[in-house]
Design a protein. Structure first.
Length: 169
């Protein structure tokens, strides 16, 4: 390896907004399931190329992440309903529900980042391992979005794989 090893701090803001699909959740049941949220990932990257250009080429990275999700979905639950006779009865039926999830994690990845010639546009591909912990508050009992590895509230180990495109500031 020629040259020196170049360390960099990378911050990746994240925004989530839209429909919950089968790709992002094991529990997607219809067009009414929605997610909104935000997150931030910080990585200390060590570039191994030794190029004078700096932040490009192969790298090893590690760091923490945080995501906050607000889920809106339909699920059955019990609730008191006023009948025409003025009395309240408990009824079990499909209702609009919500769940708020906070997820903390850390990853270790290897990747390769490169720029387009003469432009500050970058592409980044990576693969690694991560671990995460989630907490949840919901309008129904239990953690609805914590049932599988692809759900927003999942915990434990996972494989971190991805592709990013961006602009260098």
């Amino acid at each position: 390896m020629a040259g020196d090893i170049s360390p960099r701090l990378m911050l990746t803001p994240q925004l989530y907004h839209g429909a919950v699909k089968a790709l992002t959740s094991d529990l997607s049941e219809g067009a009414h399931d929605r997610v909104r949220g935000y997150g931030l990932e910080a990585q200390h990257r060590i570039y191994l190329s030794g190029r004078a250009a700096g932040a490009q080429g192969p790298y090893v990275a590690y760091g923490p992440s945080y995501q906050h999700f607000r889920m809106q979905f339909d699920a059955k639950s019990w609730a008191a309903e006023r009948s025409p006779d003025g009395l309240s009865y408990y009824e079990y039926r499909l209702r609009r529900q919500s769940e708020t999830i906070d997820r903390y994690g850390a990853t270790l990845v290897v990747g390769n980042q490169f720029f387009l010639p003469e432009l500050p546009v970058l592409f980044d591909v990576f693969l690694g391992l991560g671990v995460r912990k989630a907490s949840s508050r919901a309008t129904i009992h239990g953690n609805y979005y914590q049932s599988g590895m692809s759900n927003y509230g999942s915990e434990g180990r996972y494989i971190s794989i991805g592709f990013r495109a961006g602009v260098a500031l």
